[in-house]
Design a protein around this ligand. Structure first.
Ligand code: 5GP
Ligand code: ZN
Length: 138
């Protein structure tokens, strides 16, 4: 399904033009309009899936391979020292566009810095409870 009220459906399917780093029958990879670093890209499926939980499994199995291909090309083409994959699901997690996308964010020696989480702690009882609650629903 493609939604005509979805900006990423429009971009992925060429309704709104965008320079593509990669394109095939199922995906378009574009540059992020508000890049966290030079070359920050987004992998967009051409079909509309709101987030990872909705993503078709067959489409989903291709995402990591594509990210690796892009990441390697960024390292040799842009000279980044590494890259992060970021994929937000739900507003609470920072998702602003409700069409599944994977960020590929090149990381360069010397920055820019990115926010990292502050490690907390978990006690064994809580860990046990988490395992029970999650595994019971899988
Ligand atoms: P999210 O926060 O949902 O994980 O990420 C959405 C990303 O899409 C943001 O990094 C934002 O800069 C980018 N973005 C939003 N609208 C557009 C657009 O129209 N074109 C492009 N190329 N990127 C967009
Ligand atoms: Zn969409």
């Amino acid at each position: 399904m493609v939604r005509d009220d979805c900006i990423f459906c429009k971009i992925a399917n060429g309704v709104i033009p965008a320079a593509a780093l990669y394109e095939d029958d199922d995906f378009k990879v574009i540059l992020d309009a508000g890049p966290a670093s030079k070359g920050h890209a987004l992998i967009l499926p051409k079909q509309h899936y709101q987030d990872l939980c909705e993503l078709d499994e067959a489409v989903g199995t291709r995402v990591l391979g594509l990210a690796a291909k892009l990441g390697k090309a960024m390292k040799s083409g842009l000279g980044c020292a590494g890259f992060n994959l970021v994929q937000n699901n739900g507003e609470a997690a920072g998702q602003t566009v409700k069409h599944f996308h994977m960020h590929i964010i090149p990381r360069y020696e010397g920055g820019p810095e990115m926010v990292a989480w502050k490690p907390g702690s978990v006690d064994p009882e809580e860990a046990e409870q988490i395992v029970e609650e999650v595994t019971a629903r899988m």
